[in-house]
Design a protein around this ligand. Structure first.
Ligand code: GLN
Length: 187
């Protein structure tokens, strides 16, 4: 299993470590020619969605990423990655990749409460640690399905080949979410 990790900005190295721990082969996507090779799945990490979205366009990566996803390639977006995948961002006209049927609210917990750690139920996995950093939450879904909620707010969703999380599974000891994603890739 060969997984490309978008490595323009943000927490990509931590994802790479988790994926290697799960037995996957990883490579970094930094420019257009990186995405032209053959691979099995894609990670959009956390970071700053505005910066990542701008770089995706400037580097001519947004369209190839979107085409891969629409072609059925499994993708996991975490935090800013969730924002990139969302078809709509609340109170914002911007759409980055826009392949996932949900509306996301950025910096949704306010400046002080935006970063916290909890343990909550994730459908099909069970209770897992969740680390939120200036996190968004999923305000509503159209075609995506909710997989986890914290305090009544949706924080994880799936739509066919797309998995999106408001938290950072790459920053906790558990590899359960990465394993779930790798299983998704095998199906
Ligand atoms: N607040 C960031 C954004 O809006 C996301 C934070 C993160 O990825 N940890 O892009």
């Amino acid at each position: 299993m060969k997984i490309g990790v978008l490595a323009l900005q943000g927490a990509f190295i931590e994802h790479e470590k988790k994926l290697i721990e799960c037995g996957a082969e990883v490579f970094e996507i930094r420019q257009k020619r990186d995405i032209e090779q053959s691979f099995d799945a894609l990670i959009l990490p956390g970071g700053e969605s505005t910066v990542m979205g701008k770089l995706l366009n400037e580097l001519d990566l947004a369209n190839p990423v979107r085409e891969r996803i629409l072609g059925g390639m499994p993708v996991m977006g975490t935090c800013a990655g969730l924002i990139l995948l969302a078809e709509r961002i609340a109170d914002d006209e911007t759409v980055h990749i826009g392949t996932m049927g949900l509306t996301v609210k950025r910096n949704a917990y306010g400046r002080q409460l935006g970063s916290f750690h909890t343990i909550a139920e994730f459908r099909e996995i069970g209770k897992i640690p969740m680390t939120f950093i200036r996190a968004p939450y999923i305000e509503s879904v159209s075609t995506a399905e909710i997989l986890a909620e914290v305090d009544g707010k949706a924080v994880a969703a799936r739509e066919k080949n797309q998995l999106a999380l408001a938290f950072h599974p790459e920053l906790d000891d558990s590899a359960a979410v990465h394993e779930y994603f790798i299983n998704m890739c095998r199906q």
